[in-house]
Ligand binder design. Structure first.
Ligand code: AMP
Length: 357
C-alpha cells in the first residue's frame, strides 16, 4: 500500500466545517498537516489548519495549487461539486473518489446503488412532475416522504405527505427540484454504522450507534445499542457490500432504520466522517477522524474497538452558551467548533459523556 502522507506530509481537505476541524486535529496527532480548501471567509477548520486556501470550488488555478501541495485529498461534506473532484484527481489521489461522492449526492442514484448491492432501502419512486407524484402516492400509499434528490441535509428539502390531497402543495415545496417519494419506513429506532475501507481493501467498522433526531437534526447518539449483536452483523454485511461496491477508500457513515421485525433498511450514506461517530474520539483508541486520515494517507487502518460506553449530545444554537456547565460535569468531553454566530439549528459543538464499563 502506497503511503501518500507520511509523518510530516500534508493532506488536503475540501470544506472548512467542524468535520474538517476534527480531521485536521486527528491528522496533527499523527504528525500530518492539513490544508483546508473552502470558499468561506471564516470557517471552523481554519483555526487548526497548517494551510488554508479560500477559493471557490471551480477555481482551476487554486485547485491545481492545492493539489500540488498535498499527498492526497479528502472531503468533509458530500455536496462538493463532482467537477472539483475530477479536476483535483488530475494532480493528486482523491479519497473517497468522485463516483462514491456523486452517488451519495443524489438520493435516487444512492437508492438504486444500495438496492443493487443488496443493502435494501424504503421503497421509492422518481418524481419529476406532479403526475409522477400522484402515481407514486397511489403505489406507495401514505404516509410518505417527498425529498429533493440533491442538497438535502438535517431534514431540509423534505415534506411528509399524510394524504393524497397534499400532493400539489408538497410538490410546490420542491420548487422545481428533482425529487423522490419514499415510502414511510415504520422504524422502531434509528441506528448508524461508521465503517472504513483502506486502500488495500481492508474493512473495519465501529460499533453501531443508536440515534435520536429532533426536528430533523441529530440530537443524541449512544453506544452500545440495545440488543445489538444480531443487527450489528447485518449492518456490517451491508456496509461491506456498499464499500466494496464503490471501491471506496475512507470512512463512511451509514444510517439505518431498524424495523420492529428486526430488519434494517438503509436511510442514507455519507461519504465522510459522520456526526453519529463523534463518540469514537473518547471511546476508541482510534477515532473516526484518525481512521479517515489513515485511510486517505495510505496508512494501516486503526483498531475501531470500543473501550467504553458513551453518549454524544449535539449542542445546537444557543445550547453552546452553557459550555461552562458542561465543562463542570464528570466524564464529559466538551467540543466547541469555534463558530461565532449561534443561528437556530446550527451545530455549535457537542459533548460526549463517557460511561465506565
Ligand atoms: P434524512 O434527511 O433523509 O436522513 O431524513 C431525516 C429524518 O426523517 C430521518 O432521520 C427520519 O427520522 C425521518 N425519515 C426520513 N425518511 C424516512 C422514511 N422513508 N420513513 C420514515 N422516516 C423517515
Amino acid at each position: 500500500m502506497k503511503v501518500l502522507a507520511p509523518p510530516g506530509g500534508m493532506i488536503g481537505v475540501l470544506g472548512g466545517g467542524q468535520l474538517g476541524r476534527m480531521l485536521a486535529m486527528a491528522a496533527a496527532r499523527l504528525g500530518i498537516r492539513a490544508h483546508i480548501y473552502a470558499p468561506d471567509e471564516e470557517a471552523p477548520a481554519y483555526d487548526v489548519a497548517d494551510q488554508v486556501t479560500r477559493a471557490p470550488y471551480d477555481d482551476r488555478a487554486a485547485l491545481a495549487a492545492f493539489a500540488a501541495s498535498v499527498g492526497a485529498v479528502t472531503t468533509e461534506f458530500e455536496n462538493v461539486p463532482a467537477q472539483t473532484l475530477a479536476i483535483l484527481n488530475e494532480g493528486v489521489p482523491v479519497r473517497p473518489g468522485a463516483r462514491a461522492v456523486a452517488i451519495a449526492q443524489d438520493r435516487m442514484l444512492e437508492k438504486d446503488f444500495l438496492n443493487r448491492v443488496g443493502a435494501p432501502t424504503a421503497p421509492y419512486r422518481k418524481v419529476d412532475s406532479l403526475e409522477d407524484l400522484k402515481k407514486a402516492l397511489a403505489e406507495l400509499g401514505t404516509p410518505a416522504i417527498l425529498k429533493t434528490r440533491r442538497f438535502g441535509y438535517d431534514g431540509k428539502g423534505q415534506v411528509r405527505i399524510t394524504s393524497p390531497e397534499e400532493a400539489a402543495s408538497a410538490f410546490a415545496e420542491m420548487k422545481g427540484a428533482q425529487a423522490i417519494l419514499e415510502g414511510f419506513a415504520p422504524f422502531v429506532r434509528e441506528v448508524s454504522l461508521v465503517a472504513a475501507r483502506g486502500a488495500d481493501g481492508e474493512i473495519r467498522a465501529y460499533d453501531l450507534a443508536e440515534n435520536r433526531h429532533e426536528a430533523g437534526i441529530l440530537r443524541e447518539s449512544r453506544v452500545p445499542v440495545r440488543g445489538g449483536a444480531e443487527i450489528s452483523a447485518v449492518a456490517f454485511d451491508m456496509a461491506r457490500r456498499i464499500l466494496e461496491g464503490l471501491e471506496y477508500v475512507g470512512v463512511m457513515g451509514i444510517e439505518f432504520f431498524a424495523l420492529g421485525d428486526g430488519r434494517l433498511l438503509v436511510n442514507e450514506i455519507a461519504p465522510r466522517v459522520h456526526n453519529t461517530g463523534h463518540w469514537t474520539i473518547e471511546a476508541c483508541a482510534v477515532s473516526q477522524f484518525e481512521q479517515q486520515i489513515r485511510a486517505v494517507a495510505g496508512w494501516p487502518l486503526g483498531d475501531p474497538s470500543r473501550h467504553a460506553d458513551a453518549v454524544m449530545t449535539n449542542l445546537i444554537g444557543h445550547e453552546a452558551d452553557s459550555w461552562a456547565e458542561y465543562a463542570r460535569q464528570p466524564n464529559t468531553a466538551v467540543h466547541l467548533y469555534g463558530k461565532t454566530e449561534a443561528r437556530p439549528g446550527r451545530k455549535m459543538g457537542h459533548v460526549t459523556r463517557v460511561l465506565r464499563v
